[in-house]
Design a protein around this ligand. Structure first.
Ligand SMILES: Nc1ncnc2c1ncn2[C@@H]1O[C@H](COP(=O)(O)OP(=O)(O)OP(=O)(O)O)[C@@H](O)[C@H]1O
Ligand SMILES: [Mg+2]
Length: 453
């Protein structure tokens, strides 16, 4: 649940609680008031009857008159139902009239029932009527709180309308304040998402709230530091790659100049020895042949190493042929893997040595990874020169295998991270797609830079 919604719900719950508690309190107070009012009316009525009717019997001739007590005159005694029953228990008269029921404020029946449930029961009062020592009947006074309930109902509905309006207005106000106060959170989230996607140029706007303004300036500072350290990291890695290439070149030079020269000399001497052995020293013939074969073998070995290290093949054959040579020799070493390849660099203009080495090393690393990790049965390689327009020319590389693949959470080793660095250095792009048991596919684009003449 979002923070905004949670805040609004909490505030609404508190408002609702206050409303419920307020209603309980109001109803409780009203209940007490009703009882006090009804009780006092009851007492007054009893008193009036005692002094007015019972102490002045001569005014009342119970037998003769139709409504001897004239209780209709007490129709306005709102809280009491006053009835006179004769000795046979027949209702002779009452103060309740149909008009009174209609005109008084009515509460809905459920409310009256509810109030009846939560109030203590009302007991009727009985007053025996005796005229000149003769019992004539009974006056029964029953408390009737329905009028009061009607009044309470009216008050409560008034309070509810007021509270409802307050409730709606508070909600609108709170929603507005919360939305305004939390709107900067959207900026923070957007900036963090951008950062997560690797955008190190992301910048958070200056937020107005002081606390959030500190967050935004700290965030911007953090991104700047991160960007600087990533740039430094790139520079270091690229320097490392350059140093490695230099090292390889110098190693290749030593191998070529020292080893290569010496082996050629040994091979030539072995040829002389072989000649001599055939003519004059047949006993040393096998040794002379062994030295010759061994030196030949070592020369081939050194030749292969030189190709790996110095990439002389690129100078000799050019990139297209160099790549084909690399792929073919890998294919020979892995006869069980079906390798389909297409290298088409026709029309490729003169490119920098760095770009050429980058393309070569990428394919070299892809092939090494496939033989080391993939357990693939089929490998597909496509290397093309793509010319979209005069200013957009690139080498497009696609390498795909059907091997074991890897999870998204895998960690790059030196191979893949070095590949990324080399691509970054030439402003290229790389997309690696892989799922476990679904192989790996790499799509790389190396844009061509104009070479200064
Ligand atoms: N074609 C592939 N098939 C399956 N897994 C691969 C493939 N290429 C790379 N991986 C996985 O990715 C990891 C990282 O590869 P990376 O080339 O960066 O390092 P490495 O080959 O382990 O070591 P090195 O630094 O010597 O290259 C590998 O350890 C391997 O688990
Ligand atoms: Mg590797």
């Amino acid at each position: 649940m979002s923070l905004k919604l949670r805040l609004i719900l909490i505030i609404n719950a508190v408002l609702l609680l206050i409303l419920v508690l307020g209603s309980i309190l109001a109803i409780d107070m009203a209940k007490k008031n009703v009882r006090a009012e009804v009780a006092s009316s009851e007492k007054l009525t009893l008193y009036l009857f005692e002094i007015g009717v019972l102490k002045n019997p001569k005014y009342y001739s119970i037998e003769s008159e139709y409504k001897p007590l004239n209780l209709q005159t007490l129709v306005h005694m709102r809280h009491l139902k006053i009835e006179f029953y004769n000795l046979e228990g027949k209702l002779i008269e009452s103060n309740i009239s149909d008009t009174r029921t209609q005109t008084m404020d009515q509460a809905p029946p459920w409310f009256v029932n509810f109030m009846g449930l939560i109030s203590d029961p009302w007991q009727p009062k009985r007053l025996p009527v005796e005229i000149l020592g003769q019992p004539k009947g009974t006056i029964i006074i029953t408390p009737d709180p329905s009028y009061e309930f009607g009044e309470i109902w009216n008050q409560l509905t008034g309070i509810f309308y007021l509270a409802g309006t307050f409730f709606i207005l508070t909600n609108i106000l709170v929603a507005w304040i919360v939305f305004r106060a939390l709107s900067p959170v959207e900026f923070i989230l957007q900036a963090l998402t951008q950062l997560e996607l690797g955008n190190l140029k992301v910048k958070m706007p200056d937020l107005k709230t002081p606390e959030l303004s500190v967050i935004s300036s700290k965030f911007n500072h953090m991104v700047k530091t991160l960007r600087l350290s990533v740039e430094q990291n790139h520079k270091l890695s690229q320097k490392l790659i350059r140093v490695q290439e230099e090292e390889k070149k110098s190693l290749a030079r030593d191998l070529h100049d020292e080893f290569g020269q010496s082996l050629t000399a040994i091979h030539a001497d072995a040829a002389v020895l072989k000649n001599l052995a055939t003519k004059e020293y047949p006993k040393i013939k096998p040794s002379a042949h062994a030295i010759s074969d061994l030196s030949k073998h070592l020369m081939n070995l050194v030749g292969g190493m030189l190709n790996q290290l110095k990439l002389g093949v690129l100078n000799e054959l050019g990139l297209e042929e160099g790549l084909i040579d690399l792929i073919r020799s890998w294919k020979v070493r892995h006869p069980k893997i079906r390798l389909d390849y297409q290298v088409d660099l026709k029309g490729l203009p003169r490119i920098t040595e760095t770009l050429s080495i980058t393309a070569y090393r990428i394919i070299q690393e892809c092939l090494t990874n496939i033989s080391r990790h993939a357990k693939a049965k089929h490998v597909d390689i496509k290397i093309q020169f793509v010319k979209k327009n005069v200013s957009s020319k690139m080498i497009d590389i696609h390498v795909q295998d059907d091997g074991v693949g890897f999870k998204k959470s895998h960690r790059d080793g030196f191979g893949l991270s070095g590949m990324r660095e080399r691509i970054h250095e030439v402003n290229g792009s790389i997309k690696i797609k892989s799922e476990v048991h679904q192989g790996v596919s790499l799509d790389i684009q190396l844009p061509l830079k104009r070479i200064p003449k």
